[in-house]
Design a protein around this ligand. Structure first.
Ligand SMILES: C[S@@+](CC[C@H](N)C(=O)[O-])C[C@H]1O[C@@H](n2cnc3c(N)ncnc32)[C@H](O)[C@@H]1O
Ligand SMILES: [Mg+2]
Length: 248
């Protein structure tokens, strides 16, 4: 029997298959994610440390935590999480991403369990995690509610789920589509479909319907002068992230 994969949009996964070799090129097609990494890691690590009372000044503060990076791509987040001590499973629906992620982790001396699978297949297998990272994936799936429901099943009671995506605003059309795909040409044209973007209120609603309790949201704001990203309490108009818990 084939593993369930009802959240997979084959056309979306094919886009990532085509770019798989570029994951670790900081000047390649995933340049926006490389640039965003310090800012989003700041948010992710702070939320996890808060939830599990971990001290980020320690060398391996996430020791003992089981973490799933769903839609892991080349492992841009799986690797820093493993370095911080988490026991990481990285899962992606695009098969070509996995060898790229595996080779890079091996060369970095990191042990990460990378799998070609989906959230729904992991949920059906009864896997659970303390932390599920779900970063920049929900705007690429076939059915966001079904996908988030599968992600919910993967978080153990008392666990945390971090989910980032792109808002559906005039500004996000200008920045994420015109800017990133047409002007900067970071991403191939057609990488993002504006109509699949989700507003923060819609995402909170979907998260609640999936069984999560959303507890925080912040914007990721790009400053074109300093060429850096920062977290914002108020500006969620383009990229943003949410933290949700599953009551213990
Ligand atoms: C924009 S990338 C984000 C990669 C990584 N999370 C990061 O932020 O660096 C989206 C990833 O989600 C994967 N993906 C798309 N649909 C998926 C699904 N239904 N289940 C699991 N992964 C999926 C793609 O193959 C791709 O690697
Ligand atoms: Mg995206």
């Amino acid at each position: 029997m084939q593993a369930p994969q009802f959240t997979v949009d084959p056309a979306e996964v094919a886009k990532f298959e085509a770019m798989a070799a570029e994951w670790w090129d900081p000047h390649g097609k995933f340049k926006p994610l490389h640039m965003l990494n310090p800012c989003r890691l700041d948010y992710i690590t702070t939320q996890i440390a808060g939830e599990f009372s971990r001290d980020l000044s320690q060398p391996r503060p996430f020791e003992g935590l089981r973490l799933l990076d769903i839609g892991c791509g080349g492992g841009l987040l799986s690797e820093p999480m493993a370095r911080l001590g988490a026991q990481v499973v990285g899962a992606d629906a695009a098969e070509g991403n996995l060898p790229v992620a595996r080779i890079h982790a091996e060369r970095s001396g990191l042990v990460i369990d990378y799998r070609h699978t989906t959230a729904e297949a992991l949920a059906e297998a009864g896997e659970t995690f303390d932390v599920v990272l779900n970063m920049e994936v929900v705007e690429h799936v076939a059915d966001p509610l079904a996908y988030l429901t599968a992600c919910r099943q993967l978080v153990r009671p008392g666990g945390v789920h971090l989910c980032s995506t792109i808002n559906r605003t005039a500004k996000s059309f200008a920045a994420a589509i015109v800017g990133a795909e047409y002007v900067m040409r970071w991403l191939p044209r057609g990488t993002h479909d504006w109509s699949k973007f989700i507003t923060p209120d819609e995402l909170y609603d979907l998260l609640r319907r999936a069984g999560f309790e959303p507890v925080d949201r912040k914007g990721f704001v790009f400053n074109p002068i300093s060429w850096q990203w920062r977290l914002s309490d108020r500006d969620l108009s383009v990229n943003y992230v949410t933290a949700s818990v599953v009551p213990g």
